[in-house]
Design a binder for this molecule. Structure first.
Ligand SMILES: [Zn+2]
Length: 427
């Protein structure tokens, strides 16, 4: 697939990119302003309170990617909502551990085009997070773990569809809603289903979050996202009593530290790769020279194929030096989520979205690429469906602390979702 600008090596963060684009005015062609659908706009405004209530209900369900109980409660809530909208729902079991259910809703209409809407119900947070990061409304901000990523996306999807249901809109062949439960851990158990279903649709709209005003002057849609891979380093040393006979041991933690330090900048030397060591696991005993240590590295790929250079550079560097004699270092590299490249079909969708935002007299930015992975990569893998990402709410602090959404993004996002579906129905 052809794709665009900025797949360079030192990829700026999504946020800096948003600002850079705004500053240079680098946007897709400026569509003429048309009159808004006033009835839809008013309905979206009226729906805002219901969106906030849905957000509250979902935020109060903690649903970390391994929290099967919380994910089951989320699945029930989403399923009930979809059924109330007239969808037939089914569950698909995640094909890899922890195996939480994926909810899929389908509805048949009287039109020609098939559209899939997707979001995810899992969050990155540990159980108990609500104790330190509670639900809270403060001015234009609503706080809560997972509220932007991606409970805001689920809400926009469900309430956008509600606006269309209220109008009796049926201008589609098939409408599918997919909500998976393992996005934050790579979608290994749902990615194939996403790819398969996406291929049966003309268009896929993905509802990951947008940037809040703190980081982006306007809302945006996303046209590209990095693919992901995992680098795993394992060091085998030798266990020994750390007080009585430390000299008999071979310290796996010291060796893995050395290996992580000597390889920490390899990602920066390979264009199209972002690599960071993000996790270390070793033994729990404190009175033993550790015999085993594992380090996990998060790898993002913005230039397809760059991973081969990365892997060979990594292996060469690891072989270059050793700190602790008699230890053994193993390296494994596993490709995961495919990169998302919207291509010309996705860019055409983005122009449509910009025209719809113009009806509201709002700017809509287009981001060519981010280092964050997305399931839009699975949806667009074969290139059959046109895919657009970041239809969710404007928010901040996701995967961090004090995550929030901005209330004044709710109405434009509902309007965009409903108007986009109406426009697609006319094709
Ligand atoms: Zn997300």
């Amino acid at each position: 697939m052809v794709h665009a600008q900025d797949t360079g090596d030192k990829l700026p963060s999504l946020w800096r990119k948003a600002l850079a684009i705004a500053a240079t005015g680098l946007m897709l062609g400026g569509p003429a302003m048309a009159a808004p659908d006033a009835a839809l706009q008013a309905a979206a405004q009226k729906e805002q309170a219901a969106v906030i209530e849905s957000l509250r209900q979902m935020v109060l369900i903690e649903s970390g990617s391994t929290d099967l109980e919380g994910l089951a409660a989320m699945a029930r809530l989403i399923e009930t909502r979809l059924q109330a909208l007239g969808f037939k729902t089914e569950r698909h079991k995640g094909t890899t551990a922890p195996g939480a259910d994926i909810v899929v809703g389908t509805m048949k209409g009287t039109g020609k085009r098939s559209v899939m809407l997707q979001a995810h119900m899992d969050t990155v947070y540990e159980k108990g997070i609500l104790k330190t990061q509670p639900w809270k409304i403060d001015g234009n901000r609503v706080y809560g773990p997972g509220i932007a990523d991606d409970k805001g996306g689920i809400s926009v999807m469900l309430h956008g569809l509600k606006l269309l249901q209220d109008r009796g809109w049926k201008d589609f062949a098939t409408l599918t809603v997919l909500v998976n439960a393992d996005e934050e851990i790579g979608s290994l158990g749902s990615g194939e289903l996403i790819s398969r279903l996406a291929d049966q649709h003309d268009v896929v709209l993905s509802f990951e979050p947008n940037g809040a005003k703190a980081v982006s002057p306007h809302e945006f849609v996303l046209l590209g996202a990095a693919g992901t891979a995992r680098a795993t380093l394992t060091v085998k040393g030798r266990a020994s009593h750390s007080g009585a006979a430390p000299e008999m041991g071979r310290n796996a933690i010291l060796e893995i530290s050395h290996q992580m330090i000597q390889t920490r900048d390899i990602g920066k030397t390979v264009p199209g790769i972002i690599h960071n060591w993000t996790n270390v696991i070793s033994n729990k005993a404190t009175n033993q020279i550790p015999e085993l240590a594992t380090a996990i590295g998060d790898v993002r790929i913005t230039v397809p194929g760059a991973e081969k250079t990365f892997e060979s550079s990594m292996r060469a560097r690891l072989a270059a030096s050793k700190l602790i004699p008699d230890t053994e270092t193993l390296f494994e590299f596993e490709l995961r989520r495919p990169a998302f490249l919207a291509g010309p079909k996705g860019a055409a969708l983005a122009r449509r979205a910009q025209a719809i935002y113009k009806e509201l007299d709002r700017e809509l930015l287009t981001l060519p690429m981010t280092g964050g992975g997305t399931d839009a990569g699975y949806a667009g893998r074969s290139g059959k469906a046109a895919v657009l990402e970041s239809m969710g709410l404007a928010g901040y602090g996701y995967h961090a602390r004090d995550e929030y959404i901005e209330i004044d993004s709710i109405v434009p996002r509902l309007y965009l979702t409903a108007r986009m579906l109406i426009e697609l129905g006319k094709d």
